[in-house]
Design a protein around this ligand. Structure first.
Ligand code: HDE
Length: 715
């Protein structure tokens, strides 16, 4: 089992709270009383009623009755891991934050990934935004970057958040649908909320169905400030760039995986860490010096806008490694409490109205979820930095504060911690602020389509096709025609081809040139939408860029087979040496392989064992397929419909396929055989990442290279 390597060994403070059943000598109740019989309740006679006196029964049942706490109102389904963060070089030029100074220092972290809309028991691969919440236990207290895997948000102002979430969650009358945005109330809200169009494009793109947590980017979303020791401020956006590159599933896979393995993402992270392969991201920052923010045609306070990377490059500044699984899901992953207000000296907020609202919400929600202001004393939430103040009492107080003094100023005995006079103390950036009290949206937040277009234009053709198909799927599930039509009006403002293509699946003709929204709020008539759209030019709110790097998943991703999972299809008689050769080649590149056979365990006397079967797995759970030779094995697989389907489906999903020696016969027995015959044989297949060869060693090399390309979109 992988042991952690986080900077300070295991988090010692938290370790005090860890309990193992192995070290217990005997069973007790919660008061430490030894229990003599845990199988039978106390009753009056063997067949008589149970006695109230049975404190052991009552305590056990009562504790059970109260086991559940409210699930998170959003981001209920999550999985988390421990690890550490290390900065590459000191960022003292920009910030005095201790965690960003010393490259030799490892700061412990706990990171929770989540979906947003689904309940705790929903499936991992639902189309949704993913939460990417990082808690760093720094020497100056906890720093939480409570981000997502999408760099922008649906709304500009926190006051609309309850509406957004009510709209996307299952509808209130029948609690349908679970973990899905494809329903009337969501699109009713979205079609009336032009500011959500940019985010909608992301959520309809491949970003919303990630292959793995390890292949997701993370974003702080809001603009924060970095403040250095001299008090100079830079606006900053935080990024997490996956070391493996950003990769996604295709929709058909996502849907099937939800049925085959609803825990697909959490299982992959758990297994990878258990096997000693950590999940890694580099931290990136984009900076704009305070005072220079107005030179852009988007407002840095507007969370529906990103900073195009071609305009403001991302500088890579550090690395985060997740290498230790939690010991207990509830105590750690469920009870962890992230809060946007957890920032450290050297970092500060901006006036982003969404962030300002979040700064209220996260403490508030923990009070309801965890039940007491003492949630910060739970081991997973407790800072490693010292905590000393005059706050006292409340439900479930854990600390025993000694002495008479719980106030300041004080002269009486005991310890009354004083504010630090050194620069170490947290000081807000002394920004000039003045103005009338108003409920308005700044005009600089008024462009809602420019960056939606930037995103669309930056997509590769196959990604555009996926967005169209996602919208066709989603909107065709909307029962109310008016809502569908209004959505088409919105899409037409982004791109008329997009709107027309989506319209086809809805049986609607999109009127090109039909303008449809108003800047600060809702737009419920075509005229209002028209007025708004006119204010948005093709390159507005995008620094004049029509497209920018950093958005498409089809460009600039590292070519690596690391972390990929390969199915080796085998039956009795399989050529064990070929299996071994490909397993070695894959392991050398950090890829994993599993043998899928007709049944579990030893495959005849081949010396090869199957760890998965055609009945309990499927091609969607793997990134590539290998068919080793062995005449008897291949002959048996050829008769097996599941084996042929495995290959056909892997082909359909663009995955690398390789077959050595007789293994090629299985491939040729599928649809691919017919394709090869009609298109000039094995050469045509090879171009599409289907490799057939007798030379096992050469094949293994080519196969690894093909896996590193991730998907063959030319099929
Ligand atoms: Fe959250 N959000 N949010 N959110 N959010 C919560 O806090 C909220 C927003 C995000 O793994 C809740 O502890 C408001 C943006 C993540 O435990 C709650 C607004 C972003 C997580 C809450 C937003 C996020 C949450 C529910 C609009 C990306 C999961 C449980 C102003 C930057 C953290 C909880 C975890 C969770 C409120 C918008 C990310 C209710 C009011 C934007 C990753 O407090």
């Amino acid at each position: 089992m992988a042991k952690n390597s986080n900077g300070n060994g295991q988090n010692k403070d938290q370790d005090l709270a860890r309990a193992t059943s192995e070290s217990a000598n005997y069973l007790t109740d919660n008061q430490g009383h030894p229990v003599g019989d845990d199988q039978n309740s106390l009753r009056a006679g063997p067949r008589g009623p149970t006695l109230l006196e049975d404190y052991i029964l009552r305590e056990k049942i009562q504790h059970f009755d109260h086991e559940r706490i409210p699930e998170r109102v959003v981001h209920a389904r999550g999985a988390a891991a421990h690890g550490y963060f290390q900065v590459y070089e000191s960022l003292a030029e920009y910030t005095s934050a201790k965690v960003l100074q010393d490259p030799s220092k490892k700061t412990p972290v706990f990171v929770r990934f989540s979906t947003v809309a689904g309940s705790r028991g929903s499936a991992d691969t639902a189309r949704d935004v993913r939460g990417f919440a990082v808690k760093m236990y720094t020497e100056d207290g906890n720093w939480d970057i409570v981000g997502n895997n999408i760099p922008v948000f649906f709304i500009q102002d926190a006051i609309k958040f309850p509406d957004l979430i009510h709209a996307v969650k299952p509808e209130p009358h029948n609690e349908i649908p679970q973990a899905a945005s494809a329903h009337d109330t969501f699109y009713d809200f979205i079609s009336l909320t032009p500011e959500s169009m940019h985010m909608l494009m992301w959520v309809m793109s491949d970003r919303a169905i990630p292959r793995s947590f390890a292949t997701m980017e993370g974003f702080g979303v809001h603009t924060f400030r970095l403040i250095n020791a001299q008090g100079t401020s830079h606006f900053v956006k935080f990024h997490w760039k996956p070391v493996l590159g950003a990769h996604s599933l295709v929709w058909d896979e996502a849907v099937k995986i939800a049925g085959q393995d609803a825990d697909f993402h959490r299982r992959a992270m758990w297994e990878s860490i258990e096997q000693g392969t950590p999940f890694e991201w580099e931290m990136g920052i984009q900076l704009i010096p305070e005072g220079e923010e107005s030179k852009y045609d988007f407002d840095v306070l507007d969370a529906t806008k990103l900073w195009p990377e071609d305009l403001i490059p991302v500088r890579i500044v550090g690395k985060m490694t997740l290498d230790r699984n939690p010991d207990n899901y509830f105590a750690e992953t469920e009870q962890v409490a992230f809060m946007t207000t957890n920032i450290v000296p050297g970092i500060d907020f901006s006036n982003d109205p969404l962030l300002q609202g979040r700064n209220f919400s996260y403490l508030d929600t923990q009070l309801s979820r965890l039940g007491s202001p003492n949630f910060s004393e739970l081991p997973i939430n407790r800072p490693l930095a010292q905590v000393s103040n005059n706050q006292r009492d409340a439900h479930m107080r854990y600390t025993i504060n000694k002495g008479r003094v719980s106030y300041a100023p004080a002269t009486l005995d005991g310890h009354s911690p004083d504010e630090t006079t050194s620069a170490r103390g947290f000081h807000s950036y002394p920004q000039d602020v003045s103005g009338q009290k108003v409920r308005v949206r700044s005009e600089s937040f008024g462009d809602h389509y420019g960056q939606a277009r930037l995103f669309w234009n930056s997509m590769a053709p196959v990604e555009k096709e996926h967005i169209v198909k996602a919208l066709q799927f989603e909107l065709s599930k909307v029962e109310t025609r008016d809502i569908r039509v209004r959505m088409l009006g919105q899409l037409a403002q982004i791109n008329e081809v997009l709107a027309a293509q989506v319209g086809l699946a809805l049986g609607e003709k999109v009127q090109t040139g039909a303008k449809t929204a108003k800047p600060n709020g809702t737009a419920d008539s075509a005229d209002e939408i028209a007025a708004l759209a006119n204010a948005s030019s093709p390159t507005s709110a995008s620094g004049g860029l029509e497209r920018t790097s950093g958005l498409s998943l089809e460009e600039g991703q590292p070519q690596t087979a690391k972390g990929r999972k390969v199915a080796i299809l085998a039956a009795p008689g399989v050529a064990a040496a070929q299996v071994q050769a490909v397993q070695d080649a894959l392991a050398a590149e950090g890829a994993m392989a599993e043998v899928v056979g007709p049944y579990l365990g030893a495959l005849g006397d081949s010396g090869v064992e199957a760890t998965k079967t055609f009945a309990n797995s499927g091609s969607v759970l793997f990134d590539a397929v290998y068919v080793p030779g062995g005449a008897a094995s291949v002959a048996m697989l050829q008769k097996q419909g599941d084996a042929r389907k495995f290959i056909d489906e892997a082909y359909k999903h663009g995955k690398a396929i390789a077959a050595s020696a007789e293994g090629a016969d299985l491939v040729m027995a599928t649809e691919l055989g017919r394709f090869a015959q009609g298109n000039g044989g094995a050469g045509a297949l090879a171009e599409q990442g289907v490799l057939l060869s007798k030379d096992g060693a050469a094949l293994a090399r080519q196969f690894v290279a093909a896996i590193a390309q991730h998907r063959f979109r030319n099929r």
